[in-house]
Design a protein around this ligand. Structure first.
Ligand code: UGA
Length: 411
């Protein structure tokens, strides 16, 4: 979605192919089925002008390039599920039969190194007739953060273009010519690995801060002051050093697990990556343990949980730390009153038997304790609302209120 509207914004004519009819209908009427800042406005601006949404692959043969942006979710063993990559590639191959002009197939999905060469290209070229056609292949990973994806697309730190040959790479460079960013040219597998290594490194920064934060907590040290000092070193920088209940979302947990799986398949033991995940799994439990230390047995206690999505500014609850925290609270007998500005509905479909509230004040009513899980700006403005609590025990899973002296998981 984001790539489509932003490519349209750059002046290209875009066909967005979506095989789910309900989504096609929704997008064609100008409605985006998820919450992503600025996305609906961009859709409305471009739909029916330079952006078409269709379930058909047929028009691909009249276009210059196809970006493959399908999901690669985790399988139960942690490896990446490439079934959507395969089926999209085979549909592209069929659609390109009979095409007379040069066409570039660009993989944008996050895929394990080697996938473009070993899965996408063979799947597209499976039909013998295509072998003589002029098709180029490229791999162009995206580094967009949910909630800020449009800004990240329009102002990237870098654009990575992996290609099988110069012609395909040059073409992709020309697609992005409107953006002011360094373009790095690599091979296909290198581009695939840049994406995994980037996400793994960011996840490592977070787990590192959480581990240091856990030590700081024992010593009575404020980890945020420590990391501010650490991040001033330009070799480290200040980003992604915010300690808390750990990382969630559809990317870091999935991609680090896939990299671990890939390494183990190669008989490597990825000790660092496994520790990054282990620290992350333990953080939500530490938060609940800390709460129990403060208010005693949780059985029968009412706990307000503010922030349900995996971070602020999104309604996405995939691998959200709140899922683990709420499940653990309930396992220990607590009653949970939950609120998120955007994600109540998405969480409701995963966890029932939770009192979903319309605002933070309602969740705080008569609560024995409150856990703040994400950095929604409206949570930092909470003040008198806490007076509604039975006992004012407030613990942050992400630093948002601490200027007012509240306790946090690592501070
Ligand atoms: C992440 C990357 O940041 C993007 O560059 C990448 O394109 C994307 O994955 C992807 O692979 O598609 P995203 O998952 O949307 O983006 O969200 P982030 O802002 O990176 O946050 C991920 C998690 O880390 C959240 O749970 C967040 O709360 C947590 N986090 C982030 C911390 O705990 N501490 C921090 O300092 C920063």
């Amino acid at each position: 979605m984001v790539s489509s509207v932003c490519l349209a914004e750059l002046g290209h004519s875009v066909d967005l192919i979506e095989i789910d009819d309900a989504k096609v209908a929704s997008l064609n009427s100008g409605r985006v089925p998820i919450y992503e800042e600025g996305l609906e406005e961009m859709l409305v601006k471009h739909i029916d002008h330079c952006l078409k949404v269709t379930p058909d692959y047929d028009n691909i043969c009249n276009t210059d390039a196809t970006f493959v942006c399908v999901g690669t979710p985790s399988l139960s063993d942690g490896s990446a599920d490439l079934s959507m990559i395969k089926s999209a590639s085979s549909s592209i191959g069929e659609a390109l039969l009979g095409s007379r002009k040069y066409h570039v197939v660009v993989v944008k999905s996050t895929v394990p190194p080697g996938t473009t060469e070993k899965v996408v290209i063979p799947e597209i070229l499976e039909n013998r007739h295509l072998k003589n056609q002029d098709i180029g292949f490229a791999m162009n990973p995206e580094f967009l953060r949910e909630g800020r994806a449009i800004k990240d697309f329009m102002k990237p730190d870098r654009i990575i273009i992996g290609s099988a040959d110069d012609k395909a790479g040059d073409f992709i460079e020309s697609v992005y010519r409107g953006l002011n960013a360094p373009m790095i040219r690599t091979g296909l597998t290198e581009a695939e690995m840049v994406k995994y290594a980037s996400n793994a490194f960011l996840a490592t920064k977070i787990s590192f801060s959480n581990e240091v934060g856990n030590i700081c907590k024992d010593l009575g040290i404020d980890v945020y002051e420590v990391m501010k000092g650490v991040g001033m070193d330009h070799r480290i920088n200040q980003y992604f050093l915010n300690a808390g209940a750990g990382f969630g979302g559809s990317c870091f947990p999935k991609d680090v697990s896939a990299l671990i799986h890939l390494a183990e398949d190669l008989d490597e033991d990825p000790i660092l990556l496994k520790s990054v995940m282990a620290i992350n799994e333990l953080q939500p439990k530490r938060l609940v343990d800390l709460l129990e230390k403060r208010i005693g047995h949780l059985s029968g206690k009412r706990v307000a949980v503010l922030g349900l999505a995996f971070k602020d500014n999104t309604d996405d609850v995939r691998a959200s730390r709140s899922i683990y925290v709420i499940s653990e609270l309930k396992r220990r007998g607590a009653r949970v009153a939950a609120y998120d500005p955007k994600a109540n509905n998405s969480m409701q479909s995963i966890l029932s038997d939770v009192d979903y509230c319309q605002n933070a004040a309602e969740a705080l009513n008569n609560a024995d304790a409150c856990l703040i899980m994400t950095e929604w700006p409206e949570f930092s403005a909470l003040d008198r609302e806490f007076d509604r609590m039975k006992t004012k025990v407030i613990i942050e899973g992400r630093r948002i209120l601490s200027c007012a002296g509240f306790e946090g998981i690592c501070w």
